[in-house]
Design a protein around this ligand. Structure first.
Ligand code: F6R
Length: 608
């Protein structure tokens, strides 16, 4: 996600900003830029690619000035090109803006400004902001910013400069992170604390709607009515590494807790004024969808597990068969991909070698390729015909968590959109599902708030050599993800089994005390699942259940139950995976293992 740093003081602004942006690299980015007030003009430099390209340029050709703003961009609207990078500016480059977030009504604003004669250079939502400020500017920068911000809908953290205001900076926060820092005769704004820690530990944590006004030797925090807020200046006591983790012990933990936001961003920012899903760059028409002979969802690891759930939704909504496979198998099997196929590839990194190979092979066979990925500008995103981005934000921990839940949400959104287009579901059902999906972030949050209950289960598992995960139907797909999480970060041997298949062999493995995490979240299979739990319990298993809250029956066959909020069966995996992710994290931590970088694993598997 984008990073912002702003500086005003006695030091060289570009140097401070670049060193701050380096500390925000963990947020992920694909381009970087900076604007410095050099007296009577704003010097703006931007580059796509690594921050070091900008840093080298500035080293070779220094920027003079002690007031500036900088940005690392994680593309959402428009490719990661130089024109799309920030800072964005108005026609005469008198105003420069950096932005983290998404302006939801930018199309309307763009139209209005175009009618005023504005010509836009970029594809971004951000570019409307400097032009809006320009429209309202009458010599008072702060006033113009308030007027412009009053027109914006969406999420934004903004840093703003005007060339004629050589001692003034304005920054605004709504729904995107922003803090302000105070040093010895110098001021900062930034997306996150690490950017400031080399210079100061005194920070203001901004609330939504607050504005930072730095002018001369004064910093003020104002509310949305332009009144000065009496804010507490806090002292940061963490070190840099801890600060990057936002106070969490591990990136995996931070990312698990970011899931409500990731799911909200992925879904709600894609809904238009009437509440319909907008599929960004996916341009498949009704005719093209009806001409499909087959749909494949192909991926690796966790992304594959999400794909299996995507298949269930797609089949249910669209009423046609969908096939899933692991990329490393699919590429060498005789498959039936042809010019009437849609191949959906799911990949957090967008760089996984096996998935990429399937992409190239499928394109050669004439198939249409749709990518669901988290990384803008990744190879899979660039080479696919259509792309849908999961807006999970950068995932740093090797074990994938927030990518998984946002991948499921994305696949469900695509399925609903296609099914409505094809007339396979009614508008009523479509909107009903969207409404239910909107409840997911709140329900995930409830599970996170009850994390102590998972800790009790973690204590029962930490010293075991084996653990089994059981489920039927959707819960079986989910069990695969639960067991993958546990084995990769805790090194406990974990297996997922289809509960109905147990008696055909697997049940022989059950002995006194074997932990069996039993998923019973599906209403139509609930009774069958309870019988399977009874079967393993009778053979000595320690049955730990995960069930919807209303299904108290499950307690008769379990030694411990982790309840999740009630929800539609199809949507329950997005909630039910969370206690399993927490379980894996806690067991790994209890064992003193390297949670974020488990042995033998890499975040992006770019070799076959
Ligand atoms: C497990 C995990 C891996 C990845 C897999 C695919 O936690 O992270 O199983 O899901 O390597 O990676 P992407 O999604 O980048 O293609």
């Amino acid at each position: 996600m984008c990073g912002i740093v702003g500086y005003f003081g006695s030091k060289n602004a570009a140097d401070v900003i670049i060193s701050g942006l380096e500390k925000l690299e963990y947020r992920g980015y694909d381009s970087a830029g900076i604007a410095v007030n050099e007296g009577n003009e704003l010097e703006i430099r931007k580059f796509s690619g690594r921050l070091s390209v900008l840093a080298d340029d500035v080293k070779e050709n220094p920027m003079k000035g002690n007031l500036g703003i900088g940005h690392t961009r994680w593309a959402t609207h428009g490719e990661p090109t130089i024109v799309n990078s920030h800072p964005h500016f108005n026609k005469d480059k008198s105003i420069a803006v950096v932005h983290n977030g998404i302006i939801e009504n930018y199309l309307d604003l763009r139209k209005e400004l175009e009618q005023d004669g504005v010509e836009f250079l970029s594809d971004t939502d951000t570019e409307v902001i400097p032009f809006l400020i320009d429209k309202y500017y009458e010599g008072d920068l702060l006033d113009a910013v308030y007027k412009a911000v009053g027109r914006l809908r969406g999420a934004y953290a903004l840093g703003i400069l005007h060339k004629d205001h050589a001692d003034e900076m304005v920054a605004v926060r709504k729904d995107s992170p922003l803090i302000a820092g105070v040093g010895e005769g110098e001021f900062f704004v930034a997306s996150d604390i690490p950017a400031l820690l080399n210079y100061t530990r005194n920070v203001y944590y901004l609330d939504n709607g607050e504005v930072v006004h730095i002018k001369g030797d004064k910093i003020e925090i104002l509310n949305d009515k332009k009144e000065v807020v009496d804010k507490k200046l806090n002292k940061v006591t963490w070190d840099i590494e801890a600060a990057e983790k936002g106070g969490y012990k591990f990136f995996m933990e931070k990312e698990i807790f970011e899931q409500p936001q990731g799911c909200k961003d992925t879904l709600e920012r894609r809904l238009d004024k009437d509440g319909h899903i907008v599929l960004d760059d996916i341009k498949m028409t009704k005719e093209e969808l009806e001409n499909l002979e087959n749909i494949y969802i192909i991926a690796c690891g966790t992304a594959y597990n999400a794909g299996v759930l995507g298949k269930t939704a797609m089949q249910k909504f669209m009423g046609i068969p969908v096939y899933t496979d692991i990329a490393s198998e699919f590429r060498y099997n005789d498959n039936f991909v042809n010019e009437h196929s849609l191949v959906i590839l799911v990949s957090q990194s967008g760089e996984t070698a096996d998935t990429l190979a399937v992409l190239r092979d499928s394109k050669e066979k004439g198939a249409r390729v749709l990518a669901v990925t988290n990384v803008v500008g990744s190879t899979i995103a660039r080479e696919a015909d259509d792309v849908f981005y999961t807006w999970a934000g950068t995932e740093i921990a090797v074990a994938s968590t927030k990518a998984y839940t946002t991948q499921i949400v994305s696949l469900y959104m695509i399925s609903l959109n296609f099914a409505l287009k094809m007339g396979k579901i009614t508008e009523e059902y479509y909107f009903e599902m969207i409404e239910k999906m909107k409840e997911l972030p709140g329900k995930i949050q409830e599970v996170l708030d009850n994390k102590d209950e998972v800790y009790e289960v973690a204590k029962q598992i930490v010293n075991k050599e084996h653990a089994f995960f059981l489920g039927r139907g959707i819960d079986y797909s989910l069990a695969m993800e639960g067991s993958l999480k546990l084995k990769e970060v805790s090194y406990i041997h974990a297996e997922a089994f289809a509960a109905g298949e147990l008696k055909h062999g697997t049940i022989a493995l059950i002995e006194e005390g074997t932990p069996v995490i039993s998923l019973a979240t599906q209403q139509n299979l609930f009774e069958k699942m309870v019988s399977n739990m009874e079967e393993v319990r009778a053979r000595g298993a320690n049955v730990i259940a995960i069930a919807q809250r209303h299904n108290k029956e499950v307690e008769k066959v379990s030694s411990h139950t982790l309840y999740i909020p009630d929800s539609d069966d199809l949507l329950s995996p997005v909630i039910a995976v969370v206690p399993m992710q927490l379980l894996a994290l806690m067991v790994s931590d209890m064992k003193g293992l390297d949670v974020d970088k488990p042995r033998n694993l890499a975040k992006s598997v770019t070799v076959e």
